[in-house]
Design a protein around this ligand. Structure first.
Ligand code: CMP
Length: 147
């Protein structure tokens, strides 16, 4: 079933000139880029986006990282997009990814468990929330692929 997911190339990914490689990988793997925009996140926006991590010890560091420069936010579309994009990204910890998933995006452009270069929604529910978070103009039906 056609599905949409939210992908972010984080500030380290954009700054490190990984964008072209990542986009080539996205298209080679059968995704289409349904929407994309560059955003400069501010502290309040990152706090709302990552609200579920607000109690974690790394939260303030995550805010600093995500506001350190522009990010590229994309809506990706394909069959099984949510799980397939997570597989293509590789594990959260880019250091581990280099060993266990050497061809993954995080292995190639990430640094560690925080500076992991890319984000992807982890479930249908978060995909819908995260797509609407950044693309308010999209209707719930379009986001959920109801025709
Ligand atoms: P992401 O998949 O976008 O979801 C939450 C983010 O928090 C994660 O990628 C990392 O950037 C960061 N993160 C997750 N775990 C840790 C950790 N243990 N230490 C520091 N940052 C983390």
């Amino acid at each position: 079933k056609t599905e949409k997911t939210l992908a972010i190339i984080k500030p380290d990914g954009l700054l490190g000139n990984h964008t072209d490689d990542i986009k080539r990988k996205i298209l080679e793997n059968g995704f289409s880029i349904f929407r994309e925009k560059i955003v400069q996140l501010d502290e309040a926006t990152v706090k709302r986006f990552y609200a579920e991590h607000s109690a974690k010890s790394f939260f303030s560091s995550l805010i600093k990282y995500m506001t350190s420069g522009p990010a590229l936010v994309m809506v990706l579309e394909k069959d099984n997009a949510i799980a397939d994009w997570r597989a293509l990204m590789g594990p959260t910890d880019a250091k581990k990814a280099k060993i266990t998933h050497p061809h993954s995006i995080r292995a190639k452009c990430g640094l560690d468990t925080e500076k992991n270069c890319v984000h992807g929604s982890d479930s249908t529910k978060s995909a819908q929330r995260e797509i609407f978070f950044f693309f308010k103009e999209l209707s719930a039906d379009v986001i959920a692929d109801h025709d």
